[in-house]
Ligand binder design. Structure first.
Ligand code: ZN
Length: 253
């Protein structure tokens, strides 16, 4: 299984438009972060987790010419706004499967009413195949995916375990029973927004505490704000099995 980090930034991305913050002005490519998403590839299959506003460019940058589906964590704009840009895939492949909690599907139907329209549909609009995710395992081709339930302030969010890879973002609280589902995975991706606490995201300290509970072989931090600091400097402060993810990073599990 290959994981490509398509984006590792928080909701506004880094740099933030108009910001003069030193991290936003950094010339290190690792400090440039698109909105958070990963591409998961195995056996010729390709799935993305979330498709935010940078989805089109992320697909071009990763040279991804086919997707087998999109799995959503939750309905916030930084995770869903690129849905219209599935059009090139739809034109080539037909209806695109999406996987999400029923509340997220409802939100997508409202925001992208033309995609879900059944009457007088505009000919250029794509069509999706809705798959409702409940908090129980489901199949994606030949693997089983285990949802991991958590909360982003008060909003329910799904993380997902794909074999020995677990991807959780936008988490602030995860119950112990849910943590058990991912204990000992080889690779964990978890959100770490900044140094200071935040009401709906793990800060760095909370993310490191979470990693200590899960005990993966390696952990990668994502959904990063400019307020976390420069990539190179923050990386030096992390435990030896914890890494800051960066856009374009590829790992094989
Ligand atoms: Zn987010």
């Amino acid at each position: 299984m290959k994981i490509t980090f398509l984006g590792t930034g928080t909701s506004q991305g880094i740099p933030i438009i108009g910001s003069k913050h030193p991290v936003c002005l950094s010339t290190d490519p690792k400090d440039k972060r698109l909105r958070v998403s990963v591409l998961i590839t195995w056996g010729g299959y390709r799935y993305v987790v979330d498709c935010g506003p940078d989805f089109r460019y992320q697909m071009l940058r990763a040279e991804c010419d086919k997707i087998d589906g999109i799995i959503f964590t939750h309905e916030h704009s930084d995770h869903v706004l690129g849905l219209d840009d599935i059009r090139p895939f739809y034109f080539k492949q037909g209806d695109i499967p999406i996987y999400a909690h029923k509340r997220v599907l409802k939100s997508l139907r409202k925001r992208f009413d033309y995609i879900f329209a059944t009457k007088n549909k505009y000919p250029g609009a794509p069509t999706v195949i809705e798959n409702r995710v409940k908090n129980k395992p489901f199949k994606l081709k030949n693997i089983q995916v285990m949802p991991v339930n958590g909360f982003h302030d008060k909003l329910q969010v799904f993380g997902y375990r794909f074999n020995d890879f677990a991807y959780l973002t936008d988490m602030k609280t995860v119950a112990d029973d849910e943590v058990k589902k991912i204990v000992g995975v080889k690779v964990l991706v978890i959100n770490a927004l900044r140094i200071d606490p935040h009401r709906s995201h793990f800060n760095l300290e909370e993310a490191l505490r979470f990693i200590n509970k899960v005990k993966p072989q390696k952990a990668y931090l994502t959904h990063i704000s400019h307020l976390l600091g420069f990539h190179e400097e923050v990386q030096k402060t992390l435990p030896e099995n914890v890494f800051l993810a960066y856009d374009g990073l590829e790992i094989t599990i």
